[in-house]
Write a protein that binds this ligand. Structure first.
Ligand code: PLP
Ligand code: COI
Length: 341
């Protein structure tokens, strides 16, 4: 597809094939130097480790066109680090931060025509991923891997953009104690697919997962962390070893404290106390901050005072500040923005 055919302002969160992607292969104990290719397909052994035992991890980050016409990425070093953590947990060979950043720069530069215009509401979503490629039949790690990054222009993750969504407390678990909830492994998402289809069939936009050990504490959704705003304007966000350490959430905690002078509490959040919060949002690269208007807990509705029409006022301030930093309208903390072009 040519970028001329894209209606930037009406994009959803989907895949559009762009011109170039990056590929590096791991063999005999080392990653090769990697290349850009126009080939958007992958050919694999029928017995590849990824196909048999789901040995695959991924990342998500975005390239933004700023107000002054540059193309930038937001804290890509943290994606590189998290991917190293994911690789170690699944016995995969880490891809170095330096090579990761270079690969991101190359994919973004080569697909610059697909970075949506400033102000369109769209961005170029980048998907780094790595998977076991050689035949594996006994349960063990592969010894050959492929690392790839492609880009796809995207709009809002939830239909309706900034309109508050309705979620339900989910009876399925996402992550076990001492399991893989804290890394970005494909397996975490595979096991959430039934839960999300079931949620959608019942009219909900997303699932709120609870901690699987006690089912009393708020964890996260299938693709985002939670933030809550108290009635006296504090930001509260769940602390747990079994949720993904969201880069957006970590950035928002800093922005809340240092830019907006808010108090921030990162702590266990009981489902019981959720009804007392003034605002709720889902935060992540894809979700940005998506406001939650209502949570349904087995028939009991928790309706936030911010309502179903628009983002709550504090969430909006956080959203405006974070996206302002990403799009170059507000000065970023040192090291947060990587200028590519
Ligand atoms: N939680 C899950 C399960 C996710 O898949 C994501 C998306 O990456 C997030 C949280 C948000 O993380 P980040 O802000 O780093 O994109
Ligand atoms: C992201 O926000 O980058 C994610 O990986 C979430 C995914 C559900 C799209």
């Amino acid at each position: 597809m040519s970028n001329k055919q894209i209606d930037w302002s009406n994009l959803g969160f989907g895949y559009i094939q762009t011109d170039f992607r990056y590929v590096s292969n791991y063999k005999d104990g080392a990653w090769d130097e990697g290349v850009l290719t126009g080939d958007a397909t992958v050919t694999l052994s029928e017995c590849a480790g990824v196909l048999q035992y789901a040995q695959t991890i991924f990342e998500g980050l975005k390239a933004y066109r700023t107000e002054d016409g540059h193309i930038v990425t937001f804290r890509p070093d943290l994606n590189a680090q998290r991917m190293i953590d994911s690789a170690k947990r699944l016995e995969m060979p880490p891809f170095s931060e330096e090579q990761f950043l270079d690969a991101v720069d190359k994919v973004v530069s080569a697909n610059a025509d697909f970075v949506p215009p400033y102000g369109s509401g769209a961005t170029l979503y980048l998907r780094p991923y790595m998977f076991g490629t050689n035949p594996v039949i006994g349960v063990k790690p592969a010894n050959e891997y492929q690392f790839r990054i492609f880009g796809t222009p995207v709009g809002p993750y939830f239909k309706g953009g900034a309109k508050p969504i309705t979620i339900r407390v989910c009876d399925f678990d996402r992550a076990a104690p001492h399991g893989t909830g804290h890394i970005k492994a494909g397996l975490n998402y595979a096991m959430s697919l039934h839960a999300i289809v079931d949620a959608h069939n019942q009219g909900y936009d997303e699932n709120m997962y609870l901690d699987s050990a006690t089912r009393t504490k708020v964890e996260e959704t299938g693709g985002a962390n939670f933030i809550f705003i108290t009635k006296d304007g504090k930001l509260v966000t769940p602390k747990s070893d079994t949720i993904l350490p969201s880069i957006t959430r970590r950035s928002l905690c800093y922005v809340a404290k240092e830019y907006l002078g808010m108090e921030v509490e990162e702590r266990e959040v009981c489902l019981e106390e959720v009804k007392d919060f003034a605002e709720c949002g889902l935060c992540g690269t894809a979700a940005v901050i998506s406001p939650v208007g209502k949570i349904v807990d087995h028939g009991t509705e928790i309706c936030f005072p911010s309502g179903m029409d628009e983002m709550g006022p504090v969430t909006k301030k956080l959203y405006d500040t974070l996206t302002g930093i990403q799009m170059g309208r507000i000065e970023a903390p040192e090291g947060w923005i990587r200028v590519i072009k």
